[in-house]
Write a protein that binds this ligand. Sequence first.
Ligand SMILES: [Zn+2]
Length: 99
Amino acid sequence: MPYPPFAKPSIFTIIAQVNSISKAMFVVKCAKCKTKLLKYRKVGKGKLLRCWKDRIVEDYTSKEGSFMKCPKCDEIVGVDAGAFFKMRQGRFTTHGSYE
Ligand SMILES: [Zn+2]
């Protein structure tokens, strides 16, 4: 697994967390089993189409190849596209201050 879900956060993750305190924070959950998948710093309103890796504050998903999956029910919620994950609509729900 290239990104262990409970890896020790890097210094960059810690800086991102500090910088994101006053920003909009979203929790992304699996639409199927409601498992918490991500804590994400979202910029702007609208649907979460791309999940930028440098804005992910906490990552609970499992990874299989280029797929981002729910750790509980194995639903594929996103596909790795380099700097971001292309999110599959309808597979997840977002909960945040802009909704
Ligand atoms: Zn699930």
